[in-house]
Design a protein around this ligand. Structure first.
Ligand SMILES: Cc1cc2nc3c(=O)[nH]c(=O)nc-3n(C[C@H](O)[C@H](O)[C@H](O)COP(=O)(O)OP(=O)(O)OC[C@H]3O[C@@H](n4cnc5c(N)ncnc54)[C@H](O)[C@@H]3O)c2cc1C
Length: 428
């Protein structure tokens, strides 16, 4: 709880019966023990916590024993493809192709589930996220789109346990790792979960990113936010803030990415799971010029379990999803940047942390022996992350218009991506 290993998944808060809370959601967003915890509960929380330990190979064997394919970068899988929801509204409301929302709506309509755990924005504090159980297609869409601030979905484990019926669950990799740990423990809190879905995960940001975004637009108080979106409008969408005064502030998603190095949650740097490897179906953005030029929304879809693949087949046959299968190599090429960040950079950063004598996560596997050039590159990236997260750097960037900084950030990123292209693709 007190190290950078806390993923903020929310499991300890959810399982603690009110003894642990997140007390500072607009600050560090760390769990805090507010009344004594007995040894039995402490043992359960420790076992369910994905921050310190999650053994990838063991869980792969247990949950995907007959996976048709496996790749160290992608995890176990049946099929990979590019697709989108056939329903134009669902596609538009979704972060990319609306695939995850479409799957949840299909499952509700087929009565294969009675509810879906999704992440929406809080009704009482609309600047914060809040997990809830959606029981209608309208509610599923209220939870659509990616939220790029720290969100602790598993704090609603008690509601999941008390729910009368079958559930689908949507979460980020660490949240799902904790759910898988609880399933292995046969813990009652997860007995209602029948399907697990999740978005790819590059990183997430502290709430300070929203504050900073407001400040650069001359707004000082986040309490004035009435609506907050991270992927509003047509894919790839905009970060959009609506305020009590009626003012609306919008910035292209690619420009809003400038907030990442200044406000990234340090734990994102130690997460080595890009494609959400323990779901039934995972979905990411289909980042490629051929799709980006067309707008509208395209997802990369990975079915992992037999159950997930069967579901995908049913939806394609029923005309609910458009899906074009692609090869493993095409998939890796499309997200080579992300794989490099997670599967090389992640392990190098963990090594750096270990060298500094700090606690590190144990994922039960390690990718190593990268060229010296990759270590050097990581030194530069890690130093930049440290430098840019200082109060001084954050202040400095707030003196410029986000459109200007966002534009520079987008251009620098393109140049940097091109100049490091060879190092990154090498042996991917
Ligand atoms: C923090 C974050 C980082 C991401 N990084 C990448 C990346 O680097 N590369 C990439 O290709 N894709 C990334 N994605 C995934 C991408 O943004 C889309 O979510 C994905 O393509 C699925 O799109 P969709 O239209 O099918 O989903 P939708 O139909 O919009 O459904 C998304 C579902 O995810 C849930 N959800 C949204 N945000 C969160 C959250 N923070 N925690 C838990 N559940 C959530 C929603 O409640 C909803 O049910 C990221 C997503 C998130 C949330």
């Amino acid at each position: 709880m007190r190290s950078h290993l806390c993923t903020r998944c929310g499991s300890c808060v959810g399982l603690s019966g009110g003894k642990i809370v997140f007390e500072d959601k607009t600050g560090k967003y760390l769990p805090k023990i507010i009344s004594p915890i007995d040894d039995t509960l402490a043992d359960t929380l420790w076992e369910a916590c994905p921050g310190k330990q999650f053994n990838f190979p063991e869980f792969q064997k247990e949950f995907y024993p007959d996976a048709a394919h496996f790749h160290t970068f992608i995890g176990p899988y049946e099929r990979i493809g590019i697709g989108y929801a056939a329903d134009a509204l669902v596609r538009h409301e979704g972060a990319s192709g609306g695939i995850i929302s479409a799957i949840l709506i299909w499952l509700l309509k087929q009565q294969k589930i009675d509810g879906a755990v999704v992440l929406g924005m809080s009704k009482t504090e609309p600047w914060l996220t809040q997990a809830f159980i959606a029981t209608t297609p309208e509610e599923v869409l209220q939870g659509a789109q990616s939220k790029y601030i720290i969100s602790s979905t598993n704090d609603i484990l008690p509601e999941i346990e008390a729910f009368n019926g079958k559930l689908a669950y949507v979460g980020l990799p660490a949240q799902i790792q904790s759910i898988r740990k609880l399933q292995r423990m046969k813990h009652p809190s997860v007995k209602n979960i029948s399907y697990i879905f999740g978005p790819f995960y590059g990183n997430t940001l502290h709430f300070s990113s929203v504050n900073s975004f407001l400040k650069t637009h001359g707004e000082k108080d986040y309490h004035n936010i009435t609506k907050l979106y991270f992927r509003y409008g047509e894919w790839p969408g905009n970060m959009r803030v609506e305020l009590k005064s009626g003012r609306v502030i919008e910035l292209k998603k690619f420009h809003a990415n400038y907030l990442i190095p200044f406000h990234i949650l340090r734990n994102s740097l130690y997460c080595t799971d890009l494609t959400n490897e323990f779901t039934d179906i995972s979905g990411g953005d289909a980042w490629a010029p051929v799709y980006e030029e067309r707008g509208k929304g395209f997802s990369m879809v990975i079915s992992r379990s037999k159950k997930g693949d069967e579901l995908l087949r049913e939806m394609i046959d029923a005309g609910w999803l458009s899906f074009d299968q692609i090869t493993e190599q095409e998939a890796i090429k499309m997200h080579s940047h992300g794989y490099d960040f997670k599967k090389r950079g992640g392990f190098i950063r963990i090594k750096f942390r270990k060298w500094m004598g700090k606690s590190v996560p144990d994922f039960g596997y390690e990718i190593k022996d990268f060229p010296v050039s990759r270590y050097l590159m990581e030194m530069i990236i890690s130093s930049l992350f440290i430098l840019m997260s200082t109060a001084m750097a954050r202040w400095a960037v707030e003196q410029f218009s986000p459109k200007f900084i966002g534009g520079i950030f987008e251009k620098t990123r393109t140049i940097w991506k091109k100049s490091t292209h060879k190092i990154k693709r090498k042996d991917l």
